[in-house]
Design a protein around this ligand. Structure first.
Ligand SMILES: [Zn+2]
Ligand SMILES: [Zn+2]
Length: 340
């Protein structure tokens, strides 16, 4: 595929899409875009998470009787299931597009590959190794912890478990709401861990990967790893169903890859692309203080003034914000000095 038909390559070799990021059309009254938006909302990523959830619920989860009592056996089994799932999805994309470099740098935002940039900020000076170890030894265990709490609570009837045949309309609404809730929760915790103290001690671990690859997705400090996956715990507080709760959790765990694919499109074949939806979060990794949420399903960044749609105007607005922030900090400093 010719990526120059869809974007521009800088002199350094970085590619950026010509199309601007747009928030979901029902926020702006662009009803003509609804058909295309709905298709992109359902296919392929949310359909994938739905299929993975069906596999968990129908095949992979242990018996509900077993999950009534906490024991290492089924907890470690679930860790193995989650780790295998991540190895397949993240490892598969990493292998094809980063190790074998199937499409070279076509549609790649940053022309470099993480393996070409060893750095002291990473364990063993390797972004890949650092990210892989944090994924399997920090984030996947914490994701599994949240999953275990949810399943254990449902198995013991501590949470309200609605039946699909009696409450299907409410449960379908919850499933459709899940991606919206994911964005709201992610924006809130993400904005929180960008405050100076928490950024320094918690979130900077994730931001070490300025040029993210799939393994960066779940490369997190333990505090972030837990509060990120805690998104699904609210299903224990409302009338819901384990299927909806596991779907919510899978959106976080498997869905974390979307912002970190590093390519705008993955070429599945010579003519069939897979849209990554990665650009908004790529810009977050590049500029830090924009796009705290997802790609505009709930336009929280627009409402709070941190939206970057990839345009030159958004770039200028961002720089003006940075300048103002610097000026305010300088004014505070000189006021403090005058007081002394
Ligand atoms: Zn990220
Ligand atoms: Zn961040």
């Amino acid at each position: 595929m010719d990526d120059t038909q869809f974007g521009t390559r800088s002199k350094r070799g970085d590619w950026s899409p010509d199309a601007r990021l747009e928030v979901a059309p029902f926020w702006t009254g662009q009803w003509g875009r609804m058909g295309r938006f709905l298709l992109g909302f359902l296919w392929p990523w949310n359909a994938f998470h739905l299929a993975v959830t069906a596999l968990y619920m129908g095949v992979l989860l242990p018996d509900w009787e077993v999950m009534k009592t906490l024991s290492w056996g089924w907890v470690l089994y679930l860790y193995a299931v989650n780790a295998a799932g991540i190895l397949l999805l993240y490892g598969g994309i990493e292998l094809v597009y980063y190790t074998c470099r199937k499409q070279g740098t076509r549609f790649k935002y940053n022309h470099r590959f993480p393996s070409e940039s060893p750095s002291d900020v990473f364990w063993f000076r390797s972004q890949n190794l650092d990210n892989v170890l944090r994924t399997f030894f920090v984030s996947v265990p914490l994701w599994t912890l949240v999953l275990v709490v949810i399943l254990w609570a449902y198995a013991n009837s501590w949470a309200s478990w609605l039946r699909w045949d009696e409450h299907w309309l409410w449960l379908v609404a919850l499933m459709l709401w899940a991606p919206f809730w994911h964005e709201i929760h992610f924006f809130a915790i993400h904005r929180l861990i960008h405050t100076p103290f928490l950024y320094k001690w918690v979130h900077s671990v994730h931001h070490n990967s300025i040029n993210p690859s799939p393994w960066s997705s779940l490369s997190m400090h333990p505090v972030e790893g837990f509060i990120y996956h805690a998104v699904a715990l609210w299903h224990l507080l409302i009338p819901s169903n384990p299927f909806c709760a596991v779907f919510q959790l899978n959106l976080a765990a498997y869905g974390a890859i979307n912002g970190h694919i590093g390519f705008d499109r993955l070429e599945l074949t010579d003519t069939v692309p897979l849209e990554s939806h990665a650009y908004a979060h790529y810009l977050h990794h590049k500029y830090f203080e924009v796009n705290y949420g997802g790609d505009g399903l709930v336009p929280l960044d627009q409402w709070f003034g941190s939206w970057h749609d990839g345009s030159k105007e958004a770039d200028e607005a961002m720089k003006a914000r940075f300048r103002k922030k610097k000026e305010r900090a300088a004014a505070r400093r000189s006021a403090r000095e005058a007081e002394r």
